[in-house]
Design a protein around this ligand. Sequence first.
Ligand SMILES: Cc1cc2nc3c(=O)[nH]c(=O)nc-3n(C[C@H](O)[C@H](O)[C@H](O)COP(=O)(O)OP(=O)(O)OC[C@H]3O[C@@H](n4cnc5c(N)ncnc54)[C@H](O)[C@@H]3O)c2cc1C
Length: 246
Amino acid sequence: MTETPAEDLKPTFLGDVTVELVKHTASDTDVLFAARVSTLGEQSIDELSKDPERSKGLINYLMRDRHGSPFEHNSMTFLISAPIFVFREFMRHRVGWSYNEESGRYRELQPTFYVPDADRKLVQEGRPGKYVFVEGTQAQQELTTRVMEDSYRQAYEAYQEMLAAGVAREVARAVLPVGLFSSMYATCNARSLMHFLGLRTQHELAKVPSFPQREIEMVGEKMEAEWAALMPLTYAAFNGNGRVAP
Ligand SMILES: Cc1cc2nc3c(=O)[nH]c(=O)nc-3n(C[C@H](O)[C@H](O)[C@H](O)COP(=O)(O)OP(=O)(O)OC[C@H]3O[C@@H](n4cnc5c(N)ncnc54)[C@H](O)[C@@H]3O)c2cc1C
């Protein structure tokens, strides 16, 4: 086992998540080719670029009438770095997703922890299903930052103490909190991503509003931006039809 340099063991605190599109084969033509095989068989690939307006119309029709399978013939792999509590919500999305996450058994976990940025609304008001979030006072913001950072430092020291005494990583990690950052590869297709975005983002065009936790929404927004650039016609049809996955 290689020893972790001492400077890497000092906790760092982050208020944002990162999402990198590492691999993809995803374009609007993948949708058209899959849809047109129903009527044109193997000639469908030749038809792709013939009539752009018809192509746009076809994608919109598939989205509107919820013909979902043509949106599955593509693939996007994201490298996501976010707190464990976000991954816990993320991995509830079972269909059309593949995950691989860093291991707390095989490597020493690095001390990067989540502390909300100043623009993260801190105070929840209302009742279940009708919550709104409002800014906290400066005192609440300072308290949150101080208490979180102290608690993270203490937890990480306890983890280090156990590792130094020879306790296995898989045992010692039990003291680390869900605010610890983890990283994973998540691979999906446009259909499974749309289902995820419908549930994990709040958007004015959504026909069925959802109320996700802000931190998973931050991940969703970054994935959405990458996907929108790859499949602009599909993305426009998703928004135009109320952000409901087909
Ligand atoms: C705002 C919000 C709050 C939430 N709060 C909670 C909570 O308090 N507690 C909690 O446990 N979870 C909670 N969840 C998680 C939620 O219940 C879902 O597990 C999660 O959103 C994944 O959705 P999904 O099952 O539709 O996705 P996927 O697992 O990707 O499934 C996609 C679709 O496939 C079909 N499908 C998949 N599996 C089955 C199956 N076994 N049987 C039949 N059809 C299936 C369904 O049509 C489903 O919509 C919350 C989610 C959101 C968005």
